[in-house]
Write a protein that binds this ligand. Structure first.
Ligand SMILES: [Zn+2]
Length: 54
């Protein structure tokens, strides 16, 4: 199962669910999808996967 993170942009307050380590890494490299501000590891919060739960 892929890890999930919640990314909250400190610049534009975008709130994005990130699924998979590779997506998280590309956000760290390319910055916020919305405003292109640099993302830092502190902007990611691990999420419990909800797939399969009621
Ligand atoms: Zn942003």
């Amino acid at each position: 199962m892929k890890p999930e993170y919640r990314f909250t942009c400190t610049a534009c307050n975008a709130d994005v669910t990130v699924v998979g380590e590779s997506v998280r890494r590309s956000l760290l490299e390319d910055g916020c999808l919305v405003c292109s501000a640099p993302a830092s590891p502190d902007d990611f919060e691990p999420r419990e996967a909800t797939i399969g739960e009621p």
